[in-house]
Design a binder for this molecule. Structure first.
Ligand SMILES: C[S@@+](CC[C@H](N)C(=O)[O-])C[C@H]1O[C@@H](n2cnc3c(N)ncnc32)[C@H](O)[C@@H]1O
Length: 448
């Protein structure tokens, strides 16, 4: 399967890992890398410190020092000129790619060059927030660490290197070198499969933006997927509709937008603010919503809370975060890509999730207000969090909104705070005390 389009992939493509109450991000990442990284490893990052952190974890979990490359190149030209890609490439069993900022046009080049460095059968893990497309790599899984909440989850796209028919049949012309991403791209485009590629619309990476941008419009495949999801719903409200015409009531902050000198109309039937919808509680059967991605946390919470308030049955969100809320049940997460044009679904668009929720209909039973939601969204006093954690430990789905830190607990034997390092014994998680070594089960720990 090619990585894109993702939303057609079977459900096994997406895999999430919810942390236990004492897990730290570092624990979760170490477990994850320990499972998927082996042999000769290359770590590529854009930032010195973060790349070195990854390298240290790799040394711990594989017992070998990885090769480390820090590259600040983010444009296509800079990536092509990057001399650390050698002509005669060594091959690695594992590659970890952690660069987060990369211009649209630079992404394919960097990825093709990286894929050349991966041994057949090897694993490439990318924590970039965009979805690469490559003939040489097969996407195995999208792994999400702590996927639920209002921040984009730490995601890893896991690829394996497939036998490359293209490379086998390609004879370099004079002056062409194997490591050159530009050449690879030319060769690929010359193969003539599929419709001709149009230049992608650039991905805006600037500061917070709320106004509509042409590049935010859903591509046809995404429109169709959402249409199918609400096919049986009665009344549908489309909040933050932009140019999308799905839904009986369509709400956007703006009616007109300007883009690249031109003017366009949003598809809004009503002007309105999604954070304070002009609709009664339970006014529609389903809400679909595609908020701008770079709005602050509080706005994300407010938009989702309003969507839940006005929906009787279903809420569907497209975002790079996966919201949580006390009165909905998350039914399905469909990975997808955004910021790709109709004819360039294979481009390296941003990773997003269509999250599909059933509304639990508890609004009437609870005296619900936004401030309740904020509390549950992670703003509780530490003492309440500790109590909740202790109470909920045996619940099969520990509420992932409730977070705490190891320092809130103490070893039952000597009173030292656990350091987050855990071991699974049978089906129990054991927290070894860093001071006396006592193997605490979670319920053995005392609140500090
Ligand atoms: C990502 S775009 C939606 C694109 C749309 N799915 C499409 O296919 O064209 C987000 C839209 O949300 C609108 N918007 C931003 N903040 C909003 C708010 N608070 N309430 C309602 N709409 C908002 C923007 O004007 C923009 O049109």
């Amino acid at each position: 399967m090619r990585p894109i389009p993702l939303s057609d992939a079977d459900r096994g493509l997406l895999h999430g890992r919810l942390s236990g109450p004492l897990d730290t991000v570092a624990t979760a990442e170490r477990d994850y890398l320990g499972k998927h990284v082996s042999g000769e490893t290359l770590v590529v990052g854009g930032c010195e410190d973060r790349t070195q952190e990854y390298a240290d974890v790799v040394s711990q979990v594989t017992g070998r020092k990885p090769t480390v490359r820090v590259s600040s190149a983010t444009t296509a030209d800079a990536v092509k000129a990057n001399e650390w890609f050698p002509d005669e490439s060594p091959t690695y069993d594992s590659i970890i790619y952690t660069k987060s900022k990369m211009a649209w046009f630079a992404r394919p080049t960097e990825f093709h060059r990286l894929s050349e460095l991966l041994a057949t059968g090897g694993t490439l893990l990318s924590s970039a927030k965009w979805v690469p497309d490559s003939d040489r790599l097969q996407m195995e899984q999208i792994d999400l660490l702590d996927p639920l909440g209002f921040e984009p989850p730490q995601s890893y796209l896991r690829f394996s290197r497939v036998q490359s028919t293209f490379e086998d049949s390609w004879t370099p012309q004079s002056g062409e070198t194997r490591g050159d991403g530009g050449v690879v791209m030319q060769q690929q485009q010359g193969r003539g499969t599929g419709p001709p590629r149009r230049l992608p619309r650039p991905f805006d990476t600037d500061e917070e933006q709320r106004g509509f941008r042409e590049g935010w419009a859903w591509h046809e495949q995404l429109r169709e997927t959402v249409k199918q999801l609400v096919a049986d719903a009665g009344t549908v409200a489309n909040i933050c509709c932009g140019s999308n015409r799905l839904g009986d009531i369509r709400i956007d902050l703006t009616k007109e937008y300007t883009n690249r000198g031109g003017t366009g109309q949003t598809a809004a039937t009503h002007l309105g603010d999604g954070r304070n919808l002009p609709l009664q509680d339970g006014a529609v059967d389903a809400v679909i919503t595609d908020p701008p991605w770079k709005i602050p946390y509080e706005e994300r919470v407010a938009l989702f809370s309003e969507a839940v308030r006005v929906a009787r049955e279903t809420v569907i969100v497209n975002a790079w975060w996966i919201p949580v809320h006390p009165f909905v049940t998350l039914n399905r997460i469909i990975p997808t890509t955004a910021n790709v044009s109709e004819t360039d679904l294979g481009g390296p668009g941003g990773l997003s999730f269509l999250s599909v929720y059933d509304v639990d209909g508890q609004q009437s039973k609870h005296n619900y207000s936004l401030s309740d939601h904020f509390e549950i969204g992670g703003r509780k006093a530490m003492s309440e969090i500790v109590t909740d954690c202790l109470q909920q430990h045996n619940h099969p789905n520990i509420d992932p909104r409730i977070r705490t830190t190891p320092s809130a607990f103490a070893c039952q034997h000597c009173g030292t705070a656990p350091n987050g390092s855990t071991r699974i014994v049978g089906n129990e998680t054991i927290h070894h005390c860093p001071e006396c070594g006592f193997p605490n089960r979670f319920e053995d720990l005392k609140p500090a």
